[in-house]
Every structure is written in structure tokens, then in C-alpha cells.
Write a protein that binds this ligand. Sequence first.
Ligand code: ADP
Length: 546
Amino acid sequence: MLRGLMQDDYPLTLGHVLGRMRTLNAGAEIVTLREADGARTRASFGEVVGRIDRLAAGLAAHGIGEGDRVGTFAWNSQEHVELYMAIPCLGAVLHTLNIRLFPEQLAYVINHAQDRIVFVDDSLVPLLDRVSDQLTTVELFVIIGDGPAGNLHPTVRYEEFLAAEPIDAYPAVEERSAAALCYTSGTTGNPKGVMYSHRSTVLHAFSTGLAEALGVTSADRVLPIVPQFHANAWGLVHGSCLIGASLVMPGRFLQAAPLAELITSERVTLSGAVPTIWMDLLRHLDAHPETDTSSLTKVVCGGAAVPRALMEPLEQRHGITLVQAWGMTETSPLGSVAHPPAGSTGEERWSYRLSQGKIAPLVEARIVADDGTPLPWDGASAGELQVRGPWIAAGYYEDPQGSVEKFADGWLRTGDVATIDSRGYIRITDRTKDIIKSGGEWISSVELENELMAHPAVREAAVIAMPDERYTERPLGCVVAEGDLSVEDLRAHLSDRVAKWWIPDAFAFIDEVPKTSVGKFDKKVLRARLTDGELEVQTATEAARG
Ligand code: ADP
């Protein structure tokens, strides 16, 4: 081999990102919303780095070093960014804890990761308190803020934990060493740990700057609504620190009104959140059309399929263009982004924007049949989506069983069923566990949900499988109605939108679609309610079914 003559051993570590925050990006700022009345704090990256150095010294004084896991139980805030940098730059591992986990799962992940310290926002102390007596490895709780410490023990306040003097020097860190850990809710069994390396994190952060991806620039003011515990806020924090964009952090204020106010007053240019948040914002903006959101030009939305009934009105009535992206905790999470191809217009353009997007640079994807055969990229053949690349997980942390199930031949088995077209655009039809198999054929619950939500009187819709003697399974539409709505209305609405045999015979009108810990529709809960007879199912009359 004739070797390239390049600095291929230059380490891709978060130390590089911290270095840029200290120098080139020192003038960017982090704004954090602190109080319901709009009170907020501001600090330049330069000031923040000073605190990161003192935090690192505090951690080192406590004996935290290479490979130690340190938990965070916190909203998006300046302190959480400080933790994002100080912990990995010491060679330790930042373990972001999902604040909405059930208590038993929360205790499980802290014990499984063997967290030595947990940093907790004072407003979240009661949630952590519920499991504090089950934690076997935590030596110290560091409380961010002045609120009560509950029964947590021993505790110290964040501002006291920061050492008086900055750390002398950070240790040299190998790029393949662990930087961050995030557990994902497994379909079965316990949550599974995804262990990001410095290298994967830096490469992923770098990709956020691609216009083809999220397009973060140093001129941006980025509002990560997606929590820092949900796949590292989709790379928006690391990307902003690397590139020098300012961060606007919403703290615990994730309702539409304070978010809209933040967008206006901080002139936010780029944001990211799951569809349920933008649904709330759409309703809020419809009620307050005078709100100025003109600064917001790049908005990424993903984590669940983005309905046209959200994208279209948000754009037409409020000038906010959502860009759909697909990813998973296991994919760091950026896998694909739905920028439509050049030259596409009208309905064709919509069809690309409503897809899960084009496979991102450095990510490879394929779809495979049940027997493992790769399927053609013809936009029609559907199979399990599998991905690989430098920021895709290779296994789960200390979980051989889970790793065997989800990883094969160097590919991550996503559990999503999808088609890929000749241009590399992915369209997810379902998750394997949500598929409805009716009379031997598949019905896409995602497509049915999108079509149902296009009805003006449907606020939310989730479609699940209902056992059926004749067809094995039939779809059941669970609908949150915003007015008078009958089974016949819904069936008539679907009649010219989907194949006749897809149209559900049965619907359940519910008050709200249950949500998961990160705000996605939780069909598990709906299925359990159906099994337990808690859903009031209304069936179309025989005559209407025809
Ligand atoms: P969880 O499994 O707890 O939801 P993740 O946040 O990692 O954890 O979820 C990843 C899954 O979310 C994907 O496998 C996919 O099913 C779904 N998903 C993510 N983005 C999209 C999207 N744009 N459209 C449809 N589904 C999506």
C-alpha cells in the first residue's frame, strides 16, 4: 500500500471542541431560561469554558477520571452544556438520564451504568428521590440550583462543587474511548446502553454543519427543544460548540407559549423537536398570529413521522419550514434528512419532504427481506432498514443478549420497515413491532395515521392492530377528535386516500394519545388498553362497510 502522507492520527476528541470554545468561538453565548416570568441568564462561551475548567477540577478532586460514569438528570441548560464538555474531556463518561423514565427503569440504568456521581436539577430532585434508596453506586448527588435536596444524600451544590481554581491540564484522551452513554427504551426487557466514543461524537458534530444535514453555522442561534438526554439533543449542542453557534436553552419551559416567546425575543434561527412539540406550537401560533417567528429558518423535526397536516399549515400560515429527519439513539442520531432533490416541485416535492429523508453522508443503509436478502432500491420493496457508519453503534453496553438481537454482520438492525428509492430516500412504513398484518398483507399504520390527521377535526391519531378472526389482524384507529366526528365521517375521509381494504372498520375515540418518555405516540400503552378492554371500540355498520 502506498500510504497517504497525512496526519491520520490526529485525534478526534471533544478536547478539540473545547479548544474552539475557548478561542475561536469564545464570543458565542449560551442563554438559559430560568423563570416562568422570562428571567434568563447569559454567558459567553469564553466564560462558560472558565466554569468548565473549574468543574473538571472539581470532578478530578473527587477522583473522577478515565472511564468513570457520571450521570446527569437535567433540563437543557448552561450547566448541562458545562457537564457535556467537562466530563468527557477528563476521560470520564457523561451518562444523560432520561427524566421521564419509570422509577424502576431509572434505578436500573443508574445501577447498570454504575454512575458514581449524579448531577441533578433542583426542580427534578423529587423524581430522583423516588429511587434514591435503590441506587447502589452513587457516592454523591450534585444539585444544580438552590431548591430543596429532598432525601438525596450526600449532596453538594453545583456552584460549590466547582473548584476555586481551574484544572491545570486535561489528560490526553484516545479518540476511541467512551465519551457519553445514553440508554434507549428497548422494545422488550431493560433499557439498552449506547456508548458513544469521542470519535463518533466529533464526527457527528461535524456533520451537523453540513447544509445537507442540519446546516449549523456560527451565525446561528440554536434552540434545542429536544432534550439533552434524548440522543444528545440530536447533536445540536456538540455541533454548536464546535462550530460556534449560540445556544438558547429552554430549561424546564417546554410549553408552546414560553418557547414561542424565546424564539421571538432571542431571534432563534435553528431549532429541533419531535412532532408533538411543533403540533403544540402550531396551535399556539394559530391562536397568536402576531407572534414574530421570522428569524426561524431551519427547523428539524423527527423522532416520529412528521404529518403533512403539521408541515403544511406551519409553513403556509406561519412561514416555518420543517425539515424531517430520521434517526435513533443508536445512530447518534442523524441517519437521514429530507431535503428534497433539486428541481422537484409540487406534489413530488412534498413526497420527498414527507419521506424520512436521504441517507446522510458517511452513513450507509440497506433494506433486507425476512430471510436476510438485500432488497432493491426501487421505492416499492419494503424490508427491515439496516445502517452502518462511523457514528452508528456497534453493540449495547454490557448487554450481550441485546447486542446479538440488534446487530448483525456490522449492520445495526433498526427495527424499522422501510423502502428506499433510486435516489436514496428512505420511507418508513412502520416499526416491526407496530406492523398490522391483515389477510397476509401489510397495512402501514404510519400512513393511516398521517391520512387521519389530515382531517381537520382530528387532533391526533394512532393506529394499532386489533385481532381479527378472519384476517388475523385489522387496523384500529384511535382518534382524538376536536369536534363531532363519527366512524362514518372518518371512513369517508379515508375512502379516496388509501386502499379500500386498509380503511379501519373500527375506531376508538380517546382523550389523548399516550406519549413515551420522549414525546412520541406510545402504541404499547394503547395495545395494552385494547387487551384489557379499556378502549371503547366503535365499529362501522355492516351496510357501511359494503
Ligand atoms: P425509542 O425507541 O425509545 O423511540 P429512539 O428515539 O432511538 O428511541 O427512536 C428511534 C425510532 O424512532 C426509529 O427507529 C424510528 O422508528 C422512529 N423515528 C425516528 N425518526 C423518525 C421519522 N422521521 N419518521 C418515522 N419514524 C421515526
